[in-house]
Design a protein around this ligand. Structure first.
Ligand code: PGA
Length: 250
């Protein structure tokens, strides 16, 4: 079974509710006939409910960009899986490098979040990726294996199907520098072999591994046509409806 591409927009901390809705209104007609990929937009939490409502009946899903691992409790400022689902989220990005860098997320918290997301049937997009210094010192492989195995700790093979992994080299995020398709494919192969080691070949062959890091309309096809690359997590170029639509239609 070929893996269906998954193209996700990560708006980060951009767009008010009104701007989010304006995007949806402009974007939906541009991709209405696309059946090739699963398409997701991940707006700021405050706009999630509105965006999810505006997407009902369309071929585009709504996702969260973060989620707490606890069911509920004294975690000021956080959002639970049940809350996200209640407002219409079906996906959740977990462990984005900006969360790891600025909000102290670790492989351990990402793993807890993954367990919670799966329990709630939220479709997780787990982010991994190396720093420039790690790539330059030749430790990319070690970093990816550590992050993938950390995220997947105590996940059973029968739980694996909903999980997607996004390979996002940190040096390529928001920098305009993109991993070459060959570099990305090599990292994806390594990630897939670590998934196979932990969860078995069948789970690894089914798992979607997305690339993220300065994906743009101009480079989307060369990346997404790599057999190892099963989709894209798009930041900057997902903020405009026409540019994200061009990526979807690579
Ligand atoms: P970028 O961000 O496309 O702006 O590089 C990607 C991401 O951080 O998910």
């Amino acid at each position: 079974m070929p893996r269906k591409p998954l193209i996700a927009a990560n708006w980060k901390m951009h767009k008010t509710p009104a701007e989010s809705i304006a995007f949806v209104e402009a974007f939906l007609p541009l991709v209405a006939d696309d059946r090739r990929s699963d398409i997701v937009v991940c707006p700021p939490t405050i706009s999630l409910s509105l965006v999810a409502d505006a997407l009902v009946g369309s071929n585009v899903a709504a996702g969260a960009k973060n989620m707490h691992y606890a069911e509920e409790g004294a975690f000021t400022g956080e959002t639970s899986a049940a809350m996200l689902i209640a407002v219409g989220a079906t996906y959740a990005i977990l462990g984005h490098s900006e969360r790891r860098q600025y909000f102290n997320e670790t492989d351990e918290t990402v793993n807890k979040k993954l367990h919670t997301a799966l329990r709630h049937k939220l479709l997780p997009i787990v982010c991994v990726g190396e720093l420039l210094s790690e790539r330059e010192s030749g430790s990319t492989g070690d970093v990816l294996v550590r992050q993938v195995s950390g995220a997947l700790a105590d996940i059973a093979p029968e739980q694996a199907a909903p999980i997607a992994i996004a390979y996002e080299p940190i040096w390529a995020i928001g920098t305009g520098k993109t991993a070459t398709p060959e570099m990305a494919a090599q990292a994806h192969l390594l990630i897939r072999s670590e998934v196979a080691r932990r969860l078995g070949r069948e789970s690894a062959d089914q798992m979607r591994i997305l690339y993220g890091g300065s994906v743009k309309p101009e480079n989307a096809a060369s990346l997404l046509n790599q057999p190892e690359i099963d989709g894209a997590l798009v930041g900057g170029a997902s903020l405009k409806a026409d540019s994200f639509a061009q990526i979807v239609k690579y």
